[in-house]
Design a protein around this ligand. Structure first.
Ligand SMILES: [Zn+2]
Length: 122
């Protein structure tokens, strides 16, 4: 009997009976399915907990009140991050390339150098 831990007991496919002679191919297929399922769940969670902010007050408010990642154009300056942290407890998590239209840092107004996720640590 194979039981998946990425599904609830009442979900279809959570448990399946497999003959011992078929266990190897069954496990290979099942592990691929579980990997794809966990990846999709993680990606969906990240996307649903990521909010882009284009305006300073909105950004600071979101950093203080929302769980998840707040996505902004950022200047990459340590002083800017320190000020955001002082006001909201949020710091940078992941830097990415600028997107078209990113000119100024959402947090401070200096020239933007990257896209950044800000989030509070717990
Ligand atoms: Zn800045």
């Amino acid at each position: 009997m194979l039981a998946r831990r990425d599904r609830n007991r009442e979900e279809s496919g959570q448990r399946q009976s497999v003959a011992v002679t078929e266990i190897e191919p069954a496990l290979r297929g099942l592990l691929d399915e579980i990997q794809a399922s966990l990846y999709a769940q993680a990606r969906s969670f990240l996307e649903s907990h990521t909010i882009a902010a284009a305006e300073r007050n909105e950004f600071l408010d979101l950093c203080s009140t929302r769980a998840g990642m707040i996505d902004i154009a950022w200047c990459e300056r340590a002083e800017c991050e320190a000020e955001v942290k002082r006001r909201t407890m949020a710091t940078t998590r992941v830097l990415r390339e600028l997107q078209e239209g990113d000119v100024r840092c959402t947090a401070c107004g200096e020239p933007a150098k990257a896209r950044a996720y800000f989030a509070q640590s717990y």
